[in-house]
Design a protein around this ligand. Structure first.
Ligand code: ZN
Length: 329
């Protein structure tokens, strides 16, 4: 009998780097991994990535499937002629790039899972990470069916899981671009090239750097930018809470580490502001001063959430194909 979780190839295609791995899950199940700078020549990079995967396959055995979790926007519509493409990205060299096709050609007859990087990370956290149950808050031992994964780094993206399924809809969610209120006469005009003061334009790494004059990682603990950023984050999390009613929000990405303030203090601040923003309106034990630490949480897979997500996408594609085959028999 075949393993429930076979060895697969995984590609976390980020705007700065590609993380490539072979394995069947996180930690010791991640058998090999490598990193490549994204650069501006997709053909060259994709052939390097494929060569690495083929070499890893010779060492670790045949890959059952491949998962690609990509920066976007991407075309996820299977009936579209550009399914599997990165579409309108402003990233140099990458506009209208077929990112799935080269893997399909290199790994014939193997299913290729494909989704956005943040949807992939949401899936990974759901399977192995912070959306698993946490003891003592009523959801022991089972994965949560409804949660949101948000990453705040060079941009902001969010993946929503509803009844155990990733949300896709019309295109895919673009949570990072929700409009935001103006807080405390804030004069900062925002850093999003499209909207100025959207969530990404106020809270992503480049926005923090534009506001404070230095990168988030180097920002002093008492810099007022931290409190303002936490307030804006809280408003966005309140919006997600009202709209999607998630059972947990996982807040990942480099900005969550809070620079010199530190991750624990930045989370504490953001949780307090989240309760203020919600003003007691939602009646749940998770939205109280003691419960909120189980509601707004860091990712358990840490910086591996993305590549584990790509493994999860590959497993799902493999399982879907098995199911389709057994239905045809
Ligand atoms: Zn925007």
């Amino acid at each position: 009998m075949q393993s429930e979780r076979p060895i697969v190839g995984a590609i976390e295609a980020g705007g700065t780097k590609f993380v490539v791995a072979v394995g069947s899950g996180p930690d010791e199940e991640l058998l090999a991994r490598a990193q490549f700078p994204t650069g501006d020549d997709p053909q060259k990079l994709l052939s390097e990535v494929i060569a690495w995967l083929l070499e890893a396959e010779r060492k670790h055995g045949k890959l059952a499937a491949v998962g690609v979790a990509s920066f976007g926007p991407v075309d996820l519509d299977r009936s579209s002629p550009t399914y599997g493409f990165i579409t309108t990205t402003p990233k140099r060299g990458w506009k209208n790039t077929d990112i799935v096709g080269p893997f399909r050609a290199a790994f014939p007859k193997r299913p290729i899972g494909f989704d956005t990087d943040v949807n992939g990370a949401a899936l990974g956290e759901g399977r192995w990470g912070a959306a698993r149950g946490i003891e003592g808050c009523g959801v022991e031992g089972v994965g949560l069916e409804d949660f949101v994964y948000v990453t705040v780094g060079t941009g902001i993206g969010g993946g929503g899981v509803v009844r155990g399924k990733l949300m896709h809809g019309l295109v895919h969610p673009e949570m990072g671009h929700i409009p935001m209120p103006v807080l405390e006469d804030d004069r900062f005009r925002g850093a999003c090239a499209i909207h100025g003061r959207c969530w990404e334009g106020l809270c992503a790494g480049p926005a923090i750097e534009a506001r404070a004059g230095k990168p988030a990682a180097e920002l002093a603990a008492d810099d007022p930018t931290w409190d303002l950023t936490a307030r804006y984050m809280a408003h966005a999390f309140a919006t997600l809470t009202y709209v999607l009613s998630p059972r947990r929000i996982i807040f990942g990405g480099s900005v969550r580490k809070g620079g010199k303030l530190g991750e624990a203090a930045f989370f504490a601040k953001t949780r307090t502001h989240l309760l203020d923003a919600l003003a007691g309106y939602i009646d749940s034990p998770l939205l109280t001063p003691t419960g909120v630490e189980h509601y707004l949480v860091p990712p358990l897979l840490g910086d591996d959430a993305g590549v584990c997500g790509a493994i999860a996408l590959a497993h799902d594609a493999w399982r879907d194909e098995l199911r389709a085959k057994s239905n045809n028999d």
